[in-house]
Design a protein around this ligand. Structure first.
Ligand code: 87F
Length: 841
């Protein structure tokens, strides 16, 4: 019997190097004497999971620093040889990227698989284990919910006296489920027995695990009942005090017909939902409810309208990670004696949808979308706005991606005071050029005047750099890379616009100091790339990367790089993020020196970069439509809203919605049920369209008969009927697909919105058609100022359709060919590069 082994066991020096590897701690010599047999048996697992062995190794993205630390520790705890550890780290990091987070038990399974298979095969097996309802569905996701829920299912299967004893011993179901299910007993059963266990697991899936669980508690019932305390019981759970023959008996007995029959008779899925409710929220006093729980456990759902509805409300209203809609329902229900269906009737005229058209009255449209969509509330100070939960969630998602990316670049977070003294702010006035009127000052405390006014940060160079000067002494202190998450204040006098131009906004600002200009430039590029990925991968917004012109760059910088976004509805460009190479200008002003390795005093080279809450406004303007917001799936606070379409007095549809919601949540999808009894389904459709939720799922009476539900896309209104059992998988794919479609659509609109222009005469007509201008340019400062003036004239004079002067937006990095001899579209002088011009925000 010679099966192929592509894992570590095939290494000639395996036993020499890995003989005492931690992964083999429970092997006790079996594997060395049964190598061929073990390889053959492991290979026989693959057809069960439907995986073909492969050697193709996919690329991994860079590790997050936190991830790298944990993977390193776990790899060290699994293998001895460094190359094997590196392979292991790579597999773990790949899994983390796929499953969203990392579970230590995945590390055990990965370690065992690596003995037999190449990493790509291991990864496929891990994927099937996580994705397939047959094995360990959702186990490798960050939240341990799926595994814990199976623990509660097990608990529900125990004989009552055993269950009571476990409670007394303080032994939570999570304890054994982690070891036996998630870790598939790898660090608990001796290998000779482990293989019997695993053969059965791969063949029968988690049914076998549940059987194993029953078998264990039958075999060890007396010991558990007699266990003196928690540690003693825990030893039993870890099999530490059990003789081998009894363990073997548990593994074999678990396949006995009586256990198979017990587990087969259960609908594990329904048990999980029921267990989720029990486990998560404890028992209820309410008789109606506990009655229903009992029947739910026995898979006998008697769906008598009102009690089900109440049950759902009491149970699910407390679900975590909700948008608040469920909570709102429960308070509505509370106020109404007769249950939810007879709650206070909403006035159907309450429908505060969007009435303005994006195409013909953009300003009104935007205001309606952000206020009626509950993103923004106006404050009584002009230019200041409340970010309501619906928008703040999105900012949190953006921050999350940026923060991880920033840390991956080796930048540390810190926080500096929001006040800056006048001396510091004015250390070098030239960088303040043009900004001074926007600085807000505190001049008084209570009734007394401050001796010296202090400014609120408009940006933090002048606050941070004195500390840079203090902290940096030698080349060993470099690079110094800091980021801060903060609010900033800029007292704008131009027309404020929520998100886009506000007097206070949130951002991150990165500030770094390096020994060389090259290193500073690398930082500048890396920050801009991170911003680009955040826009495209999270917000589905296409960006143009480029360099600011001399006139448009930050005065304190050598050069400024920028992301520009096109807003098709207004034909304007908008700066979406910036990254500056500051050179040594600030170092000179603030005296930031270091001693290089040959003892010479040098000035540092610096970068600074920032991205703000403006990104939300950009996202809204690019994607929104006449029905309201259209949220990109990855940032939508609610990704799927489930709406029951009730037939009279029957709450079966509603119950199904809650069940489906639970299933979606188990798959890491942000789902909500809108079970408000005082609104019609049609009203709810409009409401959630206004809120921009990517997918709506409707469950009506016909769906219940057929086991289907209707899935409707916010993006294009397309509808399809799908099997309820397939919903989670379909939703997952759909959300990905919607993101891609949104990015595609926005990219097409952007491309169609850029006019290539060779001659000035074409400019104003193109601007009037709401286009940006891509033109060959001589790049002189004088021409830039003249271009602004000329387009301003066009606005003031007869060309009334034009508002705002045209400015240079960026010199795109992605340059079309520029044939030699090409002339500047404005001056007729030789052109140097293509430049993107346009009216802007
Ligand atoms: C307003 C008032 C005072 C912008 C201001 O872009 C000073 C300023 O320096 C000011 N508005 N700026 C430029 C900010 C440059 C830079 N700072 C760090 C960034 C990104 C993050």
């Amino acid at each position: 019997m010679s099966s192929r082994c592509t894992g570590f066991l095939s290494q000639p020096s395996f036993w020499q190097e890995e003989g005492d590897a931690p992964i083999l701690k429970f092997d006790f010599g079996w594997l060395a004497s049964h190598t061929d047999e073990a390889i053959a048996r492991a290979n026989a697992w693959l057809p069960h999971v439907g995986v073909e062995p492969s050697r193709v190794d996919a690329d991994t993205k860079p590790l997050s620093s936190e991830g790298a630390r944990i993977f390193r520790a776990d790899a060290n705890r699994t293998f001895r040889s460094e190359p094997n550890r590196l392979v292991c780290i790579k597999l773990l990091s790949f899994s983390q990227q796929k499953f969203g987070d990392y579970q230590q038990s995945l590390g055990y399974v990965a370690g065992l698989l690596l003995l037999f298979f190449d990493p790509a095969t291991c990864f496929k097996v891990l994927t099937v284990l996580n994705d397939s309802p047959k094995y360990l569905p959702g186990y490798w996701r960050g939240e341990a919910t799926a595994c814990a829920v199976d623990g509660y299912v097990c608990e529900g299967l125990l004989k009552p006296h055993l269950r009571a004893r476990l409670k007394e011993l303080g032994l939570l179901p999570e304890t054994f489920v982690q070891k036996w299910f998630a870790g598939i007993c790898i660090h608990h059963l001796p290998y000779s027995i482990l293989f019997d266990f695993l053969d059965r697991f791969f063949q029968h899936g988690n049914s076998y695990l549940f059987q194993f669980f029953l078998s264990f508690f039958d075999t060890f019932e007396d010991e558990i009942m007699r266990a003196a305390n928690n540690p003693e019981a825990n030893m039993l759970i870890r099999f530490e005090s059990a003789p081998e023959d009894r363990l073997r008996q548990v593994v074999e007995e678990a396949s006995a017909q009586r256990y198979v029959a017990t587990i087969q008779s259960l609908d594990v899925h329904k048990c999980r939902i029921s267990a989720f409710q029990d486990g998560g929220f404890g028992a209820s006093e309410d008789r109606d409810v506990s009655q229903l729980e009992v029947s739910a456990k026995m898979n006998l759902f008697t769906l008598s309208g009102r009690s089900v509805s109440r049950y759902c409300r009491i149970r699910f209203a407390k679900c975590p990670a909700g948008s608040g809609i469920a909570r709102r329902c429960s308070s509505e229900a509370k106020g109404s004696k007769g249950g939810p269906t007879s709650g206070p009737r909403a006035n159907p005229k309450d429908t505060k949808g969007v009435s303005a058209s994006k195409a013909t009255d953009f300003a009104t449209w935007y205001t309606q979308v952000i206020t009626r969509g509950e993103m923004i509330e106006y404050h009584d100070i002009s230019g200041c706005y409340v970010l309501r939960p619906w928008s703040f969630f999105i900012w949190e998602e953006i921050s999350r991606m940026l923060d991880a990316g920033i840390k991956d670049l080796g930048v540390q977070n810190a926080y500096f005071p929001c006040f800056v003294s006048q001396e510091m702010l004015e250390v070098e006035k030239s960088h303040l050029e043009g900004f001074a009127p926007e600085v807000a000052w505190v001049t008084r405390s209570g009734e007394s005047q401050l001796a010296k006014p202090i400014a609120l940060r408009p940006t933090s160079e002048t606050i941070m750099y004195p500390f840079f000067a203090k902290w940096i002494r030698s080349h060993r202190d470099l690079p110094l890379k800091l980021n801060q998450w903060a609010n900033v204040v800029r007292w704008e006098f131009r027309q404020p616009t929520p998100f886009l131009r506000t007097r206070e906004f949130l951002w991150q600002e990165g500030h770094t100091a390096h020994a060389t200009a090259e290193e500073a430039q690398e930082m500048v590029d890396a920050a801009l790339e991170l911003y680009e990925r955040t826009y495209t991968e999270l917000l589905a917004v296409p960006v143009l990367k480029g360099m600011k012109s001399e006139e448009e760059k930050f005065a304190g910088s050598l050069h400024s790089q920028t992301l520009e976004v096109f807003i098709p509805a207004t034909g304007r460009g908008i700066q979406a993020a910036t990254s500056h190479h500051l050179g040594q200008k600030f170092a000179e002003m603030f005296g930031i020196h270091f001693e290089d390795d040959s003892g010479r005093r040098q000035l540092v080279h610096q970068s600074s970069w920032g991205m703000t809450t403006r990104s939300l406004g950009i996202m809204i303007m690019v994607h929104g439509d006449d029905k309201g917001l259209v949220l990109p799936p990855r940032v939508a606070p609610v990704q799927v809203v489930l709406i029951p379409i009730a037939s009279k007095g029957d709450a079966a549809g509603e119950f199904k919605c809650w069940q489906l919601m639970e299933e979606l949540k188990l798959h890491g999808i942000r789902a909500e049920v809108d079970a408000r009894g005082n609104y019609t389904p049609g009203w709810k459709f409009n409401w959630w369209e206004l809120k921009g939720v990517p997918l709506r799922v409707e469950v009506g009476p016909r769906d219940l008969d057929r086991g289907t539900c209707r899935v409707v896309r916010r993006l294009d209104g397309s509808k399809k009927d799908v099997e309820q059992s397939q919903l989670a998988a379909i939703v997952r794919d759909d959300l990905k697909d919607i993101h891609a479609a949104m990015l595609r659509k926005a990219t097409e609109e952007r491309d169609a919105g850029i006019a290539k222009v060779m001659d000035w005469s074409e400019v104003v007509p193109m601007l009037k058609q709401k286009k940006l201008i891509l033109a060959p340019w001589c790049e002189t400062a004088a021409s830039e100022l003249l271009i602004r003036r000329r387009t301003k004239e066009a606005e003031d004079g007869k060309e009334a359709a034009l508002t705002g002067a045209m400015k240079s937006l960026c010199l795109p990095f992605d340059q079309p060919p520029l044939p030699s001899g090409t002339k500047c579209f404005f001056t007729g002088e030789p052109a140097r590069r293509w430049c993107l011009f346009g009216r802007s925000y």
